[in-house]
Design a protein around this ligand. Structure first.
Ligand code: ZN
Length: 119
């Protein structure tokens, strides 16, 4: 009777180990996915920063005569120009995927957004 009980517990323990192993595998998969996402976000961020520096440099030379603007405020025309350029560089400007890479594909959200701004 005691032996039987012991065997049951060993088997139960084995099942628990198996289930933990599965959870652990899921966890590893999750971490791998996160690492991949993080990497591509870092790349994207890097591209966007570079692009922003370029755009910033350009707008600062054009606006040298004007008084300084608040950092987060760009006038609408210039903003749309930069967005169109960003789009042409291969990034989303739509609010659905904003800042994400278009991966070489056209995006209808972006296009309709840009069209709306140009009217
Ligand atoms: Zn888009």
């Amino acid at each position: 009777m005691k032996e039987r009980n012991f065997l049951d517990r060993v088997m139960e323990f084995e099942q628990q180990l198996e289930s933990m192993q599965n959870q652990f595998r899921d966890l590893i998969g999750f971490v791998a996915q996160m690492t991949e996402d993080s990497h591509s976000l870092q790349l994207e961020n890097h591209h966007l920063r570079k692009r922003l520096e370029e755009v910033d440099g350009q707008s600062q030379t054009t606006n040298k005569r004007q008084h300084r603007k608040k950092p987060n405020k760009i006038d609408v025309g210039e903003g749309v120009d930069n967005l169109a350029r960003l789009y042409n560089e291969g990034f989303h400007v739509c609010n659905v995927h904003y800042g994400g890479s278009r991966k070489g594909e056209d995006c209808l959200f972006c296009l309709s957004f840009l069209n709306k701004q140009n009217v």
